[in-house]
Design a protein around this ligand. Structure first.
Ligand code: HEM
Ligand SMILES: *[C@@H]1O[C@H](CO)[C@@H](O)[C@H](O)[C@H]1NC(C)=O
Length: 518
């Protein structure tokens, strides 16, 4: 008995010693560059709190913004953690270092194993690397054309007019319990029609089509909010469905797959092949093109990419718009400036056209400023394929060469960059006008940068400018007054409305607003 305990104890001691030595070696390999030294890693949902030596608690990089870089002294800081595997990660808030890492795609590739959550319906452009990615990017990129942008604009206007005419009607005042409940359907209807030619409407009371258990929009919404269940639950547990939430997720997951296959079938069988400019057209062309004897995009990749466009194409924009409305409600003087600008472009009260977009600079500046302060994608991971170095500096402008061993990870720390006072004056202030003059382009990275930057940037800018311009021209946005909050100060109110959580993307938790007819 005693020997058994002794053996067990020695095994534990040896394991801890080995881990400790690995950890020391990792720290030496980066010459002890300042940063966090912990047992566990960040992004660990079980350890969301910051416990020195144990966990960095940096579950969402937005929580601490640029503060960690101030505390540790440099705009590139390290994070070494020991368990389950010793790993070195550099957090990047330095514009030059970020530009270099994002541009050198082959030297600093994407750690594709971290993207499992986006892989379930099939391989796709977001989760691949190397030649696989190149092939898919060549197929997907032409879809985001000027003609598609115009389609996005026109359909965005249709969705908004449908909302005003058929839902809001002649009400003088519309109360929204949580702004995300308004912006998510808007963005969903737009990606539906401008992405896939699938029209959904606000007054959609249609019966469920045969074979379906949920409406398309409900299936997609459930899958995008609960997709993590597919990562944390083994297949048998999902099939068993021990809780209502898991059962509902499984239903939605299967139903969405059915919808995507139906969308493909309907398009393939449609008799007249009209010219279409939605995103799906390019994917379908590549799927049907068998000129080299084999298809350029397999059926599985077709569905994988449809799913990615659906997810990437609505949550990010919806959450950005939600923050935009909150900020405009909190800062009425900024809203007034925006309104005056819109009026100066479409003064006669006409509906803004795609041709007006370039003149609506203030609308885009408001959208950009929101993306700076609330980047929906908080961190972009990369790793180093080689032993190398990167250069950074500190608040005093001193340079430092950071040693990067092969296999080290990077996290482009978007909030760290966007709140870095070296690039942005008063980074915590909402000042859309900063985007009108000269602004530091390399210090603005909501869509990533380099060859793997977001394909949908123009898509979402077009959508955002159209929504903001039309809505603000007709409605004033205010915070909804609630009896339990009458005594709060401005700062408390701001903190309450901006309280945020992170699912696939960053989003406000509960923000009730009112829209008042002008
Ligand atoms: C405010 C809105 C948006 C933001 C902030 C955003 C952000 C990003 C970011 C940060 C990446 C890089 C991800 C990574 O490296 O892991 C990315 C990639 C991508 N985004 Fe977006 N996105 C937005 C809207 C959209 C829209 C509307 C679409 C499509 C309709 C879209 C399609 C894509 C695609 C296809 C990629 C992958 C590009 C590649 O790997 O080559 N995005 N986006
Ligand atoms: C907004 O940001 C984009 C980059 O994401 C830039 O190309 C554009 O010029 C900016 N425009 C304004 C008005 O802020």
């Amino acid at each position: 008995m005693q020997t058994a305990i002794l053996v067990a104890l020695s095994v534990v001691v040896l394991y801890v010693l080995q881990k400790y030595l690995e950890f020391r070696r990792a720290v030496n390999s980066i010459r002890d560059h300042p940063g966090f030294r912990t047992v566990f890693t960040m992004a660990n949902p079980l350890l969301m709190w910051r416990i020195p030596g144990i966990a960095p608690g940096n579950f969402s990089p937005w929580t601490y913004k640029h503060q960690d870089f101030v505390d540790k002294g440099w705009d590139v800081i390290s994070q070494v953690h020991a368990w389950p595997r010793t790993t070195v990660t550099y957090l990047l808030a330095d514009a030059g270092a970020i530009r270099d890492v994002a541009n050198a795609r082959a030297r600093f590739p994407k750690p594709v194993e971290q993207y499992k959550i986006l892989s379930f319906y099939g391989s796709n452009i977001v989760i691949t690397e190397g030649d696989e990615w190149k092939r898919q990017r060549r197929i997907a990129a032409p879809a985001f054309s000027e003609r598609n942008n115009k389609l996005v604009w026109d359909e965005t206007i249709n969705v908004m007019l449908d909302l005003f005419d058929n839902v809001w009607g002649d009400k003088q005042q519309i109360e929204v319990d949580h702004i995300v409940d308004l912006t998510v359907p808007i963005a969903l209807y737009i990606i539906g029609i401008a992405g896939f030619g699938r029209r959904m409407s606000w007054s959609d009371e249609e019966a469920l089509s045969s074979g379906h258990k949920l409406k398309f929009k409900d299936a997609l919404h459930t899958v995008s909010t609960d997709l993590f269940l597919k990562v944390v639950c083994p297949g048998w547990l999902l099939r068993l469905g021990p809780t209502e939430r898991i059962r509902h997720f499984r239903l939605a997951y299967d139903d969405l797959e059915l919808y995507m296959h139906e969308m493909v079938r309907a398009r393939k069988q449609s008799e007249k092949k009209e010219e279409r400019y939605d995103l799906m057209s390019s994917l379908l062309d590549a799927n049907e093109d068998e000129s080299d004897g084999k298809t350029r995009l397999s059926d599985e990749e077709l569905v994988g990419n449809i799913f990615i466009f659906l997810i990437a194409g609505h949550e990010t924009t919806a959450h950005t718009l939600a923050y935009t409305f909150i900020m405009l409600a909190l800062y009425p003087e900024e809203q007034k400036k925006l309104f005056n600008h819109i009026k100066s472009v479409i003064g006669d009260g006409r509906i803004p056209a795609y041709e007006d977009m370039n003149a609506l600079t203030y609308s885009l500046a408001v959208f950009n400023e929101t993306l700076r302060m609330f980047p929906p994608v908080n961190g972009i991971p990369k790793y180093s394929a080689e032993d190398t170095t990167i250069v950074t500096s500190n608040a005093a402008g001193e340079k430092c060469t950071v040693v990067v061993p092969q296999g080290a990870r990077f996290l482009i720390h978007t909030p760290g960059l966007h709140y870095n006072p070296r690039y942005w004056e008063d980074p915590y202030e909402f000042k859309p006008a900063r985007f009108l003059g000269d602004w530091p382009r390399d210090a603005f990275c909501p869509f990533s940068a380099g060859p793997r930057a977001c394909l949908g940037r123009r898509f979402s800018e077009t959508e955002g400018v159209a929504i903001l311009s039309l809505l603000v021209s007709r409605y004033r946005i205010e915070v909804r007054e609630e009896p339990q909050f009458v005594a709060e100060t401005f700062d408390e109110r701001k903190a309450r409305l901006l309280s945020s959580a992170q699912s696939i993307t960053l989003h406000p938790v509960r923000a009730p607003l009112v829209f008042k007819r002008r």
